[in-house]
Ligand binder design. Sequence first.
Ligand code: GAL
Length: 387
Amino acid sequence: MKKNVTLAILSAAVIGLGPFIVSCDNVTDPAADKIDGAVGIVFPNDYLRWDNDEARFRAALTAAGVEHTILRSADSSVTEATHVANLIESGIKVLVLCPVSSADAASAAEAAHAAGVTVIAYERLITETAAVDYYVSFKSLDVGRMQGQYLIDHATGTGNPLYLYAGNQTDNNSFLFFAGSWSVLQPKIADGTFVIANSQAADGLKESATLTHDQISTIFGTNAISGTPPAMTVDGITTHWSYDDAKTLCERNLSTVNASASLKGSVFVLGPNDYTARGIIAALDGDSAVTSYVITGQDAEKDSVQSIIDGYQSMTVFKDVRTLASDAAAAVIEVLKGKTPATLGSFNNGVKEVPSVISDIVQVTAANVREALIDTGYYSASDFTGL
Ligand code: GAL
């Protein structure tokens, strides 16, 4: 068992609640308080991450008496488009969409708009289209910064092997996470604190303080996992948000760097989220030349929280989906009442400034699991052992 023996740092636990606020436009019209119409909600896949969101959504909409249908897209933009077409056909007034692919979802959003449906992008932005009315998410750049800073705060000396991993080429959030991480890690790569172990593309850009979307895309790579292990120059760092792909990729990276012992020992890993971090940890645990690791995560999934308590995963970024789901449900209800949900800012999707509510995130380590996740009622202490 290789444990992260470094001390956890208690982060400033700030939860920024950014609820949609009832706008003042038509508060005097009693007819406007009547909810009229149904909502369709489409999540990208069956991963655990979305179960929490779904449960919170269902509860909020049921309590408000809103007719709703919740579907999953099996990580397929084609399935997603079919779901959206069926929901439009069924007569929904509002579509809440967490896209499989931020760009490919533009056509589904446009179809919804053409049918007079209000479109809310949920967690992941829908890009390159004017057919998005609202965006509800978290501070994704901060997620990446928090992950990168954690690695920096736990590294000493120089030459620390750094393994970089990312989510998915199609997910706009993946670019924001990576850009955030790079903004803090890059100076520490340039000054030799870290040595990138698994991406020649990233290593080639180590003098660049900021990266363009295309440069990040190049680092992400094509990264087909099946087949012969690709050479390090072309393998890419994306995990497709999949445990299995993350594990396989890390195993291949470890076998590629086998000849160079200096890239093993105590390693530092940018784990993009909890599910993939657990896959990477399985790979790291399978390599006896890796003696310890510091690895990040995201989402505060129960299995990763247990892993943090047990001393394997080092940290996670807690995104309180109670806030996300209630913000989105509040927006849905406002629209169905014929009102305009007030927003707290905007997010550019390449075509327009999308009115947005973007919530803060919280770092969780072994030191503050109880305070951040139990005391806030997100999980119960009985969900875990050894707390
Ligand atoms: C991202 C999301 C993360 C994570 C990931 C995999 O878009 O921001 O929280 O859940 O998808 O599902």
